[in-house]
Design a protein around this ligand. Structure first.
Ligand code: KG4
Ligand code: ZN
Length: 440
């Protein structure tokens, strides 16, 4: 509920609200509207109130990310300038273990978070007292990892008397692009990472329509598992890369048409994804090849590059098919303006140039502009959290002075779920030819 300034009805937390308000006015405000609302993503969080600050002067948000295996922190301003950032990746440790072990991830976050935050603040050349609020990922993610960032962020808020902005990790991936280029709401977003595969229309900072999601593996997860099974880390040039990055590099040396993968979910006229079938087919092929060539231990099958290229093509085609149906659905329901249509792709797998190229073909046919953040902003980082905090700060949504009741959520939906409606539309697509595309 938005209430005009002169008609403010303050029901709860009157004292806290007024204190913050006075501070806001002193520091930067031209106008301040208090919202009395407790709902954020459909969940009631205690008695907090929201503040909307529309300002022509500079605002600063500090963001903290610890949802998975990256400890990140950044400070951004309202023009999208990154004042300072720092990141500690746990990738090397988890590659050694063959996957993320949550207690190990938690300990590493604990060990590094203080230094990462201090480094980001030092790089920004500011004092924490100068930031307007502290944004922190609280969902979705590994519970043990999320807790570290949330507790640290809340502690900072208490120490510096700042409001807390809880962040949805996938929403942050979705909006990162707006820090770099002009992408107006509404737009279509494909979020592809190690834990998620989501297709959504973004209507506003806090308004998402979920068109499709993965029924099993996320693309990054499927890439990581196939690469691990292929034992590609035993080749020095791939040993320090994430599974997805290694797969993309290996695929450059292979023939994408060497190995045939079946089309996926052709009988379902929806926008959901399924990658477990493709992953299992790749696994079976690896086992067969190992038996055929009597490969044991650390040995690698001879057709490894062809398999990577063919698997990458199969995953790309599947992603493109679901995106194409989403575009047809959007047209049917008139969900995007006809003169400005963007497909934003984000999350770690969006670093993949091959997938981006395939999607650009779909975009070209449907009159969409493809927008992908640079790789270091596609993978997990503190900047995207700080920027999502800034988007919320500017829109006056989800800013908490009283944040005691806010907790982490390991699983969490992305906005309003309209997947059933997409399925009911039962759109038969006129498929764009993709398999014979040459990617240079
Ligand atoms: O977004 P992100 O950093 O963390 C999650 O929230 O999951 O994504 C990590 C995922 C990993 O699975 C990694 O293998 C994948 O992104 N990835 C890639 C590439 N670079 C990273 N996948 C495909 N191609 C790449 N170049
Ligand atoms: Zn992520």
């Amino acid at each position: 509920m938005t209430v005009a300034w002169n008609k403010v009805v303050i029901q709860k937390n009157l004292f806290l609200n007024m204190r913050l308000l006075v501070k806001c006015r002193k520091e930067l405000i031209n106008r301040c509207i208090i919202h009395i609302a407790e709902k954020w993503r459909g969940k009631s969080w205690n008695t907090s109130s929201y503040f909307h600050i529309s300002t022509s002067s500079r605002s600063l948000i500090l963001g903290i990310e610890t949802s998975c295996d990256d400890t990140g922190c950044a400070i951004v301003d309202n023009s999208g300038r990154i004042l300072g950032e720092a990141l500690h990746s746990q990738q090397e440790t988890h590659l050694k273990y063959g996957g993320i072990i949550p207690p190990v991830a938690k300990n590493l976050h604990r060990k590094h978070i203080d230094r990462v935050v201090k480094d980001a603040v030092a790089a920004a050349n500011i004092d924490v007292s100068e930031v307007d609020a502290i944004a922190t990922t609280v969902k979705p993610g590994l519970p043990l990892s999320l807790v570290v960032g949330m507790e640290y962020g809340k502690q900072m808020c208490l120490e510096y008397d700042k409001p807390f902005i809880p962040i949805h990790h996938m929403e942050a991936h979705a909006l990162t692009i707006r820090m770099i280029q002009e992408v107006e709401f509404p737009f279509l977003v494909l979020l592809i990472s190690g834990g998620h595969c989501l297709l959504s229309v973004v209507k506003a900072v806090d308004k998402f329509l979920l068109l499709g999601s993965s029924l099993d593996d996320a693309p990054g997860e499927a890439f990581d598992k196939v690469i691990r099974r292929l034992k590609l880390r035993n080749m020095p040039e791939f040993c320090n890369m994430s599974g997805g990055a290694a797969l993309e590099k290996a695929a450059e040396r292979g023939d994408p048409l060497a190995f045939e993968f079946p089309s996926v979910m052709t009988q379902y006229r929806d926008c959901n994804f399924s990658l477990a079938g493709l992953k299992n087919k790749a696994r079976r092929h690896i086992i067969e090849e190992e038996i055929k060539h009597e490969i044991e231990g650390d040995g690698i099958i001879p057709g490894v590059f062809d398999l990577c290229a063919s698997f990458q093509l199969a995953v790309s085609v599947h992603l493109c098919r679901r995106v194409q149906r989403a575009m047809d659905y959007i047209e049917l329901k008139n969900l995007l303006p006809s003169d400005s249509k963007h497909l934003v792709v984000s999350g770690g797998v969006a670093c993949n140039g091959y997938i981006a190229h395939m999607l650009s073909v779909v975009c070209g046919k449907y009159g969409y502009e493809l927008a992908v953040p640079p790789p270091h902003l596609c993978t997990d980082n503190g900047v995207m959290i700080a920027w999502n905090g800034m988007e919320r700060w500017q829109a006056g949504v989800g800013i908490y002075q009283d944040f005691k009741g806010i907790d982490i959520e390991s699983k969490c939906p992305l906005g309003e779920d309209i997947r059933e409606d997409v399925a009911q539309a039962s759109i038969k697509c006129n498929w764009i030819k993709l398999k014979n595309l040459m990617v240079t």
